[in-house]
Every structure is written in structure tokens, then in C-alpha cells.
Design a protein around this ligand. Structure first.
Ligand code: F6R
Length: 615
């Protein structure tokens, strides 16, 4: 998705600051980039379709290196193809105002027609340019930039995070605003900054203000950040401390973020769970309101909403919560839930799961559930995100920044959080005894070395061999049952996303109802099977595959499945409830190595964006 940055700093060199910010936002996916800076009161713009290096190259002449204020953008095309002309920033016809935008202006066509009728000529196909002309017109009428932005936004329908600069102002000033996509601002010792992702701010300061929908913020050096609503009313927004370490935004010694993030998973387990475990009570303490016995006993049903990988964590949450707390759970794609006119039972808790906390469909689904009378809770990785702010209770996952577009560590953190929640619910409602609670939380404690063993050199090279032997296969079918069925879905999604091969996840018991027709030696079947009550059933599905000449790869702790397979990864034994956390690791690594062997762009797979803030 698009990225927005902006800065005014005491010394020159704002171009380098903007580029640094844009580099940190690259992971979100983009197809063009640009900057606008104020130099001696005049606006200069550079923008290029393609990778950020093209923009960097066009700035390497150093002519803008003295500038102290500027805005920057990475674009993910919505209106008009990726091209230099459609790249942001956009300006009004006289070049008085430059503006960058993330989101969609829904009434852009009608505003464009109105402006064209008044003689304005457009230089791009974008919806954003409409807003640049509106703001420019207000500035030409004598309004100061903040008033011009507020007056223009009052005419806009849609969702946006924007930042604007104007020339000829008394001192450098940037005005930014949000309605929908995230935007945060910060005042550091050397300047003032804005960004659509806090990752681009923490290099300057960890004390950040998250703007709310309808906020307009004025940034000037030496003045406090001034936040108003669109009607001009001044509002106070708290400063929050972001605990993420700027170092964690780097790749360290790993060749890709995805591999680094897969290897971080044992630590993510520890950070998300260990401080919250109460071993003596066989329970969990989230340390935040919303998870007390009284509140949890008032829930009769849970509705999970999420997208993509987070939805797979939601499916696992269903097995956990129904199994450990005996509360019925429904799970839905957020994009389906929001448009199917859902019926919610009394005393429903809507549980949204999201890494970013900004996914448009997930937010809309949660808001709808709220209007239907549900209480709301979130499992989310980003402090200050819209989802966290709008949910009545939140379990923060402490995965740290996830940069690889394909989600790995955030997924494991979501499953861990769901396990903690299920145990808490089970204890609060008296479904789990003290002894059962103790056993479950102790099992979780024991998981870390088991995860580490799956990331050791030997295990990783076994997986790479599997990837090597299967890289030319025509297709992949992932099978699992029970709590490991969502792991089959997740394994298939990872492979599709980064290796661009066709892969499907299926409940193992469903295979004979259709997909079995696909099986031949050019089809690899990854069977996820952990020792437990369903292991025998999965084994008989595995036999059905072998009988039809399918190439079987067994993943899990069930040794008999391993013995029946062509290739395998033996996973350490653990409680069945926790087995997804172990089983997913080899599947993530299969996808990673397959993509690596094919020389693909693992951290930025084609057509994908990290955070999907549009429908
Ligand atoms: C897959 C992936 C996506 C996200 C989905 C939801 O690897 O990353 O499927 O899981 O777009 O994103 P969040 O969790 O930010 O709501």
C-alpha cells in the first residue's frame, strides 16, 4: 500500500531523511515513489515509476540536498497505471501546493469535472491531483495552508492519509490529515516528522502521536504539534511510547526479512506469552482491562473476523476456544462478514485478528459487529493502530515489526495469543480445572526449545532438500485435520504467495470428495499430522494419496505417517493444542526455500502489499 512520510529538520538534508523513511516503508509494496521539498520557499519535485533506486538516482545530483522540509511517498496504483506522471507528489496547476496521499477519494470524478469546468488542467489520472488543486485554489484565495487543507477536506468523500506543503509560507510548515489509513506524527530533538507507519518514525524518536480519523495536524519547527478537527476545533492527542527497537527493522545477518522473522519465532513466543503466564494458578493474566472472570462469563458466542493469514489464526482460535472453554465460535472472512447482513446472537464477542490493525475489511467487520451490539476485542501487533484504538479490549502480540510481506512471526504470535485467550476463558468459566490449566501453561513454557530445534541447521537443510526435490512439481496439496487443518491452509498460502506455484489447503477428510482427482506423481501432497486422536484418520488419507501415485511429504510428530512418506520433517511432540505452532515452521521454510531456489523476490512478492488498507 502507499506510504507517506514528511519531515522538517533543523539542518539541511531532508531528502536523505525522506529517502530513509521511504526505504523503511518499501516492504509494504509500491510501484512508484516521489518527494517534494521546499528550497528557499519554492517547491521542487522528483518522482519516478518503479523501484526507489530510480528516485534515489534522480536525486543523486545533490541539487536538493540543502532542503530542510519535505514530503515523500511510495505509491501503489489505484487510479491510473504506475508512471512518472501518476507518481506522487501532485501539485496544483501553479505549483503552489504539493501533496501526497494514501487512500481513495471516492467523489474524485465529480470534483475533477467541477475543476475542469473552471478551467483547471490535470496532469495525471489520479484521484489525488483533485485534492492538490482544491488546496491550491484555497491558498490562491488567501487562506493559510492549514485552513486550505481543512476547507478542501470538507469537500472530499473517501479515505485518506495526506501530507501537504505550500510555497511562499512564512516558514516551513507541513499539514497532514487522516481519515481511514494510519498516520502518526512526532517531534524529535532534530525535527518534526510524520509517517504512515511508525517504523519510519522510530529512527528519530519513540514518542509518537497517532492521529485519529478526522484529525488535521500542523507541523512546524520549534512549535508543539497542533492537531485540530476538520472544522478547526483544537484537540489534544496523547503521545505514546513505541517500544519497538529501531534495530529490529533491519535484516541482521539474514539474506531476507522473511527468514529472519521465521527464526525470531521462539523469541516471539516468549515475548507474547511468558510474562502473562501464571503457572501457580494454571491461568493467564493479560494485565489489561476486559479479560476478568465477570466479563468473560458474560460471553455466549464468539465471532472471529480477519483476513488472510490472520484468518488462519482465527480458525485455530476456534478449535482452541471451543475445545478449552466450550464457547461456540464462528469464523468469517472479514470481507464476507461485512456484506452478508450477519445475524449475531446475544452476548457475542467479536474478535478481530490482525497484524497491522489497519486492514480495511477487518476494521469494517469489527465496526459492523459493534453496531449489531457485540462487544469487541482484538488480537493485534501494532500499538496505537486503528484496530487497537477501536476495540474494547486488546491482546497485543509482541512479534515486533514484521517487514516480510508474507506473514510468519505475526501468525505464530496470533496463535499463541489465541491459546492464552482460550485458557483464560476456560479458567474464568470453570471449564478448565486448576490442574488442566497448569498443564496447559507448562506445555506452552516447554515449546520454545522445540521451536528452536526446528530452526537448527540440520532441520533447515532437510527442508531445503525437500524444496529442491519438489521445485518442479506441477502443484501442491496441503492436508490436515482438526487444529492442523488451518495449518494446511497457511502452508498453501505461504507457498502461493512467495513461490508463485499453485497450492491448495484442504481438510484431509474432504480430499476424497474432489481434490483426489488431481493426484498424480507431479502433485506433491504435504500431510500435516501430529500424534493425537486424529492421527490415524489422517494416516488413512495419506494411504489414499499413495495408492494414487501422489508424492507424499509428511510434516508432524506422527512417526507412522513419516514412515509412509516419500520425504518428511519430524516435528517434536507437544500437546495437540500447541502443535500448529510447531508444524507451521517447516511449512514456512518450505515456501521460503522454494522461492529462494527460484530466485524470487521473497520479501516483496509480486502484486502483494503488506497492509491492505483498501477494500
Ligand atoms: C499473508 C499475509 C496476508 C495478511 C492479511 C491480513 O502472508 O500477510 O494474508 O495476513 O492481509 O493482514 P493483517 O494481519 O495486517 O490484518
Amino acid at each position: 500500500m502507499c506510504g507517506v512520510v514528511g519531515a522538517i529538520q533543523r539542518g539541511g538534508g531532508v531528502v536523505e531523511t525522506l529517502l530513509q523513511g521511504l526505504r523503511l516503508l518499501e516492504y509494504r509494496g509500491y510501484d512508484s515513489a516521489g518527494v517534494a521539498v521546499l528550497e528557499a520557499g519554492a517547491i521542487s519535485i522528483r518522482r519516478k515509476a518503479g523501484r526507489l533506486e530510480r528516485l534515489e538516482h534522480s536525486l543523486s545530483d545533490g541539487t536538493l540536498s540543502g532542503a530542510r522540509a519535505g514530503i515523500g511517498h511510495t505509491r501503489w496504483a489505484t487510479h491510473g497505471p504506475p508512471s512518472d506522471e501518476n507518481a506522487h507528489p501532485h501539485t496544483d496547476a501553479e505549483g503552489r501546493v504539493a501533496l501526497v496521499h494514501n487512500g481513495v477519494i471516492e467523489n474524485w470524478a465529480e470534483l475533477r469535472a467541477e475543476l475542469e469546468a473552471a478551467g483547471v488542467r490535470f496532469a495525471s489520472d489520479t484521484d489525488t491531483e483533485v485534492l492538490a488543486h482544491l488546496v491550491g485554489r484555497e491558498v490562491a484565495r488567501g487562506r493559510e495552508l492549514p485552513d486550505a487543507v481543512r476547507a478542501s477536506l470538507a469537500r472530499v468523500r473517501g479515505y485518506y492519509a495526506i501530507a501537504a506543503l505550500a510555497q511562499g509560507e512564512r516558514g516551513p510548515r507541513i499539514v497532514c490529515a487522516r481519515s481511514g489509513p494510519p498516520l502518526a506524527v512526532a517531534a524529535g530533538p532534530d525535527g518534526v516528522y510524520l509517517a504512515s507507519d511508525v517504523l519510519a518514525l522510530i529512527a528519530h524518536t519513540r514518542d509518537v502521536v497517532f492521529l485519529e480519523d478526522g484529525d488535521v495536524c500542523e507541523l512546524e519547527l520549534g512549535r508543539p504539534l497542533r492537531v485540530t478537527r476538520i472544522d478547526g476545533t483544537v484537540v489534544d492527542r496523547p503521545t505514546r511510547r513505541v517500544e519497538w527497537d529501531p534495530e529490529s527493522a533491519g535484516k541482521g545477518s539474514f539474506p531476507h526479512y522473511m527468514l529472519k522473522e521465521i527464526h525470531e519465532q521462539p523469541d516471539v513466543l516468549a515475548r507474547t506469552a511468558f510474562d502473562r503466564l501464571r503457572l501457580d494458578k494454571g491461568d493467564v493474566d493479560f494485565g489489561v482491562p476486559g479479560f476478568g472472570d465477570h466479563e468473560l462469563r458474560a460471553i455466549d458466542r464468539i465471532q472471529v473476523v480477519a483476513c488472510g493469514t490472520a484468518l488462519h489464526a482465527g480458525w485455530i482460535a476456534r478449535y482452541l476456544i471451543e475445545g478449552l472453554a466450550r464457547i461456540p465460535v464462528d469464523v468469517d472472512y472479514a470481507s464476507e462478514f461485512r456484506y452478508r447482513d450477519p445475524v449475531l446472537a446475544h452476548n457475542t464477542l467479536a474478535l478481530a485478528i490482525s497484524q497491522s490493525g489497519e486492514t480495511a475489511d477487518t476494521l469494517a467487520a469489527l465496526r459492523l459487529a459493534k453496531t449489531l451490539g457485540a462487544r469487541t476485542a482484538a488480537i493485534c501487533n501494532v500499538v496505537g493502530s486503528t484496530l487497537v484504538r477501536e476495540s474494547q479490549a486488546t491482546i497485543l502480540t509482541h512479534a515486533g515489526p514484521e517487514i516480510g510481506v508474507a506473514s510468519t512471526k505475526a501468525f505464530v504470535a496470533q496463535v499463541v495469543a489465541a491459546f492464552l485467550f482460550a485458557v483464560r476463558l476456560g479458567r474464568a468459566r470453570g471449564v478448565l480445572s486448576l490442574a488442566q490449566g497448569k498443564e496447559l501453561v507448562s506445555e506452552l513454557r516447554l515449546l520454545r526449545p522445540k521451536m528452536e530445534s526446528l530452526l537448527g541447521e540440520r532441520a533447515v537443510s532437510e527442508v531445503r532438500d525437500i524444496a529442491q526435490k519438489n521445485r518442479s512439481q506441477r502443484g501442491f496439496l496441503f492436508l490436515g485435520r482438526g487444529i492442523n487443518y488451518p495449518i494446511a491452509l497457511e502452508g498453501a498460502l505461504k507457498l502461493k504467495e512467495i513461490s508463485y506455484v499453485h497450492a491448495e489447503g484442504y481438510p484431509a477428510g474432504e480430499m476424497k470428495h474432489g481434490p483426489i482427482a488431481l493426484i498424480d506423481p507431479e502433485m506433491s501432497i504435504l500431510v500435516v499430522n501430529s500424534a493425537g486422536p486424529l492421527a490415524e484418520k489422517v494416516r488413512s488419507n495419506l494411504e489414499q494419496v499413495r495408492a494414487r501415485g501422489g508424492h507424499v511429504i509428511a510434516i508432524g510428530s506422527d512417526r507412522e505417517s513419516i514412515a509412509q512418506s516419500d520425504e518428511h520433517v519430524l516435528v517434536p511432540e507437544c500437546s495437540e493444542w500447541l502443535s500448529p505452532i510447531l508444524n507451521v515452521i517447516p511449512l514456512q521454510l518450505v515456501a521460503y526455500h522454494m522461492a529462494d531456489l527460484k530466485g524470487l523476490d521473497i520479501d516483496k512478492p509480486r502484486n502483494l502489499a503488506k497492509s491492505v488498507t483498501v477494500e
